[in-house]
Design a protein around this ligand. Structure first.
Ligand SMILES: [Zn+2]
Length: 427
């Protein structure tokens, strides 16, 4: 928070310099007088401006400190899921929850996915007496057709979508090239994900569509060469071609996504640095943040996030100093807030054309949560990459204030740097 303020002040005070442009008088006295007058005017004008600017900055900084102004927050709409990344897998398990949420006309899975088992793994197998190689994994739907949601495992563009098969799968059925109703999504770095055998008329996307991670693209079914309701999920790397298929379990994990509040590494990291309010019997006690604002957990400003309490069955207007809020509830709210920061980091990385691992997004989210922006990182990335120069200019620099090394901040910056470089979360 302090760091946030320092940066903001630094950034905004280095703007007004160098607008000298007078002395065109030919009379020395007049010149002197006019210089004097202009000097007085300058002192008056720029002095006044300075005071005004300082006051303005102070107000802005205060508002930022109490979380009334969110700087650099954009497109919160994409922050929709309580899905967390587990084991740093950034591709999601392709089966979504039954619960969905429509945002800007796009349907997303929004809650805990059902626990469906893997009925067939990648590799050699024999079906109906014929040996073959299975290029993906099969996720069984327990006989239910058109029931479970299939979601985009990661952001991408629909490379191909087919929706013309019926729910009459059988071995060797060539509808949809054997994949039945299926969708192929092209992601970054020439990675393709394939979702096969979906239910009749359930495919919700078409070739060329842009899709978001978590977006519902269809329902599990039994179309094409399929002998029961299941999703065939395949990942091809380097091109859309069976010879490029890899074991998808090196990319996705059945535990991801699932809401796992207690396992949220980023929340733990931020908790470690921000601290929390008092915990009593599994509850956080509401406290005053020193500015007269009711606060809970990792410093959640209740007045700024009322809706998040309401949707979880807590009336925010009834909370006072000493009120109890279950740790799990406050942490879930914290994750929602952190995720909105995470989203802005992801969007910013995208806008710079930068691909980052999930743990790197976490590192930058922690940084942004504390500093208020990631400007330094993104400005330097294309030039320096993750070099020593990046470390010096954008991480250790933010541990200094007026030449003084602030040890708590230094530890924080070092932890963020370690995470960014090596994927090591602070323990
Ligand atoms: Zn399969």
């Amino acid at each position: 928070m302090f760091d946030k303020l320092v940066n903001f002040v630094k950034k905004n005070t280095s703007k007004e310099e160098g607008n000298g442009s007078d002395n065109n008088s030919n009379n020395a006295v007049v010149e002197k007088i006019s210089k004097l007058a202009s000097l007085k005017f300058k002192i008056f004008f720029f002095g006044g401006l300075g005071v005004f600017l300082l006051l303005f900055l102070l107000i802005v900084a205060t508002l930022m400190a109490i979380d009334v102004i969110d700087i650099g927050e954009d497109d919160d709409n994409y922050n929709l899921l309580s899905y967390d990344s587990v084991n740093n897998f950034s591709y999601w398990w392709p089966v979504g929850s039954m619960e969905t949420k429509s945002i800007n006309g796009v349907l997303y899975a929004s809650d805990t996915p059902p626990e469906l088992s893997i009925s067939s793994y990648t590799g050699n197998r024999v079906i109906n007496g014929q040996a073959g190689t299975h290029k993906g994994i099969d996720i069984s739907a327990g006989g239910r057709i058109g029931y479970y949601n299939v979601i985009a495992s990661f952001d991408g563009v629909v490379y191909y979508a087919y929706n013309g098969c019926e729910d009459n799968g059988s071995y060797g059925n060539s509808c949809g090239g054997g994949f039945g109703n299926h969708v192929v999504i092209l992601h970054n770095n020439n990675v393709y994900t394939i979702y096969g055998h979906m239910a009749s008329n359930s495919v919700k996307v078409k070739t060329g569509d842009t899709v978001k991670q978590g977006q519902v693209i269809g329902k599990i079914g039994n179309s094409g060469s399929s002998t029961g309701a299941h999703l065939h999920f395949q990942i091809d790397i380097g091109g859309y071609n069976n010879s490029m298929a890899i074991n998808p379990l090196t990319y996705v994990d059945p535990d991801n996504p699932r809401p796992k509040t207690s396992d949220n590494k980023l929340l733990s990291m931020i908790k470690k640095f921000e601290g929390t309010g008092t915990i009593k019997d599994g509850n956080y006690l509401v406290y005053d943040d020193g500015y007269g604002n009711l606060t809970v957990g990792i410093g959640i400003l209740i007045s700024a996030h009322k809706d998040m309490f309401t949707t979880r069955g807590i009336d925010p207007d009834k909370l006072t100093v000493g009120s109890s809020v279950p740790v799990s509830t406050a942490d879930a709210i914290a994750i929602e807030i952190i995720n909105s920061y995470k989203t802005s980091v992801i969007n910013e990385a995208r806008s710079h054309g930068i691909d980052l691992f999930d743990y790197q997004i976490d590192a930058l989210t922690s940084f942004r949560y504390n500093v208020g922006n990631n400007n330094c990182f993104f400005q330097h990335y294309s030039e320096y990459g993750l070099s020593e120069k990046m470390h010096t200019d954008c991480f250790s620099k933010y541990s200094m204030a007026n030449g003084t090394y602030l040890s708590a901040l230094a530890r924080r910056r070092e932890a963020e740097w370690k995470l960014l470089i090596d994927g090591i979360y602070p323990s």
